[in-house]
Design a protein around this ligand. Structure first.
Ligand SMILES: [Zn+2]
Ligand SMILES: [Zn+2]
Length: 239
């Protein structure tokens, strides 16, 4: 008899396991339900380093941001989108572990040649973090730091609250985050940093954080998120 499985089933009676993407109750030995697993839109390599899209889906024109490169395992749609939204509502260690595993794979594949010194994450204001009781960016950075055996620096602070980025267009988004972040740990000087966030929409937030890190002397800033917003409606077929 498989005692581990028996124990998991026993626990599941009291605390049913839920799909990390859609919250449906699932068997305790699964991470997600089958429909969600089928719907995951992985971003296949080669990636555009500036927008994180599959190169044939990229229309960014190599527009540079303050970060040097960005990469993510998923496009922000279907199951990945509901998983990110679910993570904003509750802190689920299974979801953090699963997303960190996928991000780890992407970091090893895309940044294997880089010599990363440590991780930083996009901060929330103290008030917002107190209200939510966790920052999913920090939890992802800690889980990813463990997998990479690298330290996590709480190097950035968000000085004041901003209107939600999702309500704004591209130009307003850059202005909305201008001057919002500050560097509170001088340890970033001379370092190559991995900047972690949950999702990249226009990249304005990641770029503003990277800009501040570089003002304080960071050598390189490589960004990684769970998902990136797809700019264009495309099929996944290679033409
Ligand atoms: Zn599901
Ligand atoms: Zn691109």
């Amino acid at each position: 008899m498989n005692w581990k499985r028996v124990r998991r089933c026993f626990l599941a009676i009291f605390l049913p396991k839920r799909c990390i993407f859609c919250d449906t109750v699932i068997p305790p030995w699964h991470q997600s339900c089958e429909p969600c697993a089928r719907q995951l839109s992985f971003i296949r390599p080669p990636l555009c380093p500036y927008c994180g899209h599959y190169k044939k889906h990229c229309d960014c024109g190599n527009r540079r941001s303050a970060f040097d490169k960005v990469a993510a395992p998923f496009y922000y749609e279907a199951a990945a989108r509901s998983g990110v939204l679910r993570l904003k509502r509750h802190d689920d260690p299974d979801a953090i572990a699963c997303f960190a595993d996928h991000m780890h794979t992407v970091v090893c594949r895309e940044y294997g040649d880089e010599s990363i010194d440590g991780l930083v994450y996009v901060p929330m204001t103290r008030r917002a973090e107190r209200q939510r009781e966790y920052n999913q960016g920090r939890l992802l950075a800690e889980a990813l730091g463990e997998r990479l055996s690298l330290p996590v620096y709480a190097a950035l602070a968000k000085i004041y609250e901003t209107p939600p980025q999702k309500a704004l267009d591209f130009h307003a988004r850059s202005g909305n985050v201008l001057g919002v972040f500050d560097v509170i740990d001088p340890a970033v000087r001379g370092k190559t940093l991995l900047l972690v966030d949950d999702v990249m929409t226009t990249g304005a937030t990641l770029s503003e954080c990277a800009k501040m890190l570089k003002i304080y002397g960071a050598k390189r800033v490589l960004a990684v998120t769970i998902a990136v917003h797809k700019r264009k409606k495309e099929t996944d077929e290679v033409k």
